[in-house]
Design a binder for this molecule. Structure first.
Ligand SMILES: *Cc1c(COP(=O)(O)O)cnc(C)c1O
Length: 382
């Protein structure tokens, strides 16, 4: 049997500075959370993307759980989100007793179909959670307009959306994560910039700023105490241990320093895929990701959408026969073992279609031009 070079789906990229900053954090004697590196990271994101306030967390999952506490989700409240997403988008709200109202994805891409949201709103609806799939912006003009009209909170699941933007009807370009009342990012090792596990809560609506810090620090006003704003600190609210150690923040800082370089590399891989697969997609009737006019591309992911499960299976097998690992993605949450009996809505056929027919190609910093060329020619069956 021929011996092909193994091409995995993901390979975490290290800039080389991670262990230097970790050593520095350890040597400083302050390795618990909210130290120098945490503050460097938070200030960087606030300044670069116009986020009102950032708090690093140990995961995007944690950031979403903080968001659910902050908007005071009560049992029976309803939260609208796409079914085609990661479990944490839902779990964070289910943990506080919410009922999840799943909306279908758009025919154009796996993002929530904004035109389907309004008919799902009831007197119990508390929030909308758009997920910027593959870092491509949801229709935030439409979503914010509905939210304002019905007085709902918008929490952006921006896990995949670092360094990507939405271009409003007014022509104004805003970073994803800066538009909703709150937003959650992930630095899991599969994302563009990483810290192994890691995440961040963004607070754009400043009514939440003080309470967010308290929830972050186990329900205490410890952060205000260390700033000298209160003379003793104690238990003032519910909360948990959501803040990462300085070891994680130091790792993330090394990644942030290389963000621009990482983005240039990922976009060049994305463009090579796009150019190399355009003709084949037309010939074989599968779709490539399209960047809508109101969005930018952060090259988080390169995916194909086939006509059917069978066609996707064929592509997976063909790639695997050359030792190339391409993977499918979410299974519709409204059909999950945990939620299928609780889902009250009807068919969500686009969500199911992406569950069956979407395929993600290898995408990581160290993927070479030759690797991408091999993947393209394998898909072409050359
Ligand atoms: C990665 C991801 C998450 C979870 O992020 P963690 O940091 O692993 O908790 C949540 N939502 C979406 C859309 C994701 O892609």
């Amino acid at each position: 049997m021929a011996n092909y070079k193994h091409i995995g789906f993901n390979k975490p990229y290290l800039t080389g500075k991670e262990t230097i900053y970790i050593t520095d954090a350890v040597a400083s004697g302050k390795i618990s959370g909210n130290g120098k590196y945490t503050q460097l990271c938070q200030e960087y994101f606030e300044n670069k993307y116009g986020f009102e306030k950032c708090l690093l967390t140990t995961s995007c999952t944690d950031a979403l759980e903080m968001a659910a506490i902050l908007i005071d989700i009560q049992p029976g409240d309803e939260v609208i989100m796409p079914s085609y997403t990661f479990v944490s988008t839902s779990n964070a709200f289910v943990l506080r007793g919410a009922n999840i109202i799943f909306a279908d994805s758009s025919p154009d891409n796996p993002n929530i179909d904004a035109s389907k949201i309004e008919s799902l709103i009831t007197s119990k609806t508390k929030a909308i959670v758009p997920v910027h799939y593959a870092g491509i912006a949801c229709d935030m003009d439409a979503i914010m307009e509905i939210a304002n009209r019905y007085n709902l909170f918008v929490i952006e699941d921006a896990a995949q959306a670092i360094d990507s933007y939405h271009i409003g009807k007014d022509g104004v370009k805003k970073a994803l994560g800066s538009i909703g009342h709150l937003a959650a990012f992930s630095f899991h090792e599969t994302k563009n910039i990483i810290s192994g596990e890691g995440g961040m809560l963004v607070i754009n609506d400043t009514q939440f700023s003080n309470r967010a810090e308290i929830i972050w620090e186990k329900g205490t006003n410890r952060s205000a105490f260390f700033r000298g704003e209160v003379d003793k600190y104690g238990w003032v609210d519910i909360g948990s241990s959501f803040l990462p150690s300085e070891v994680i923040a130091a790792f993330l800082w090394a990644q942030i320093e290389q963000l621009e370089d990482i983005q240039i590399k990922r976009k060049s891989i994305w463009n090579q895929y796009y150019a190399g697969l355009q003709q084949l997609a037309a010939d074989k009737n599968f779709k490539l990701p399209q960047i809508p006019d109101n969005a930018t591309n952060n090259a988080h992911m390169f995916y194909l959408v086939f006509e059917s499960l069978e066609k996707r299976m064929e592509a997976i097998e063909r790639l695997k026969s050359k030792s190339i690992y391409a993977v499918f993605h979410y299974l519709s949450l409204h059909k999950s073992p945990f939620y299928q009996d609780k889902h009250k809505g009807g068919e969500l056929s686009w969500s199911d279609h992406y569950s069956n027919a979407l395929l993600r190609l290898p995408m990581y910093y160290e993927l070479s031009n030759e690797d991408v060329a091999t993947i393209i020619s394998t898909l072409k069956n050359e």
